[in-house]
Design a protein around this ligand. Structure first.
Ligand SMILES: [Zn+2]
Length: 101
């Protein structure tokens, strides 16, 4: 599971936060942090990034369905771990786990 990401490229790593990005040489930041969950229609965003979930169908809609099934609602403060990837031209965070504050 990725635990850090590069603030320049947005790519994810299993390296500890504070280590240097192997590609860009920048300090890696922790993926695990608390931020507000925004659920609007079929799209969920957290910490400024759209959430996605692997599976059959639209990854962004799947993430929103999953969050609702888990009892999360718009405005909740949560920690999300996952991998930042490009979905088409949109940078998204593929969810590994979501936890309440
Ligand atoms: Zn990087």
């Amino acid at each position: 599971m990725a635990i850090s990401f590069c603030p320049i490229g947005g790519e994810s790593y299993n390296l500890a936060p504070g280590q240097l990005c192997p590609v860009h040489g920048t300090l890696l930041e922790s993926i695990v942090q608390m931020a507000t969950l925004n659920i609007i229609g079929t799209q969920s965003t957290w910490n400024g990034i759209v959430l996605a979930l692997s599976g059959d169908g639209d990854p962004i809609g799947l993430a929103t369905d999953y969050l609702r099934q888990q009892g999360f609602t718009h405005g909740d403060t949560v920690a999300v771990t996952g991998n930042r990837e490009l979905l088409g031209s949109t940078r998204v965070l593929f969810i590994d786990s979501v936890q309440r504050a």
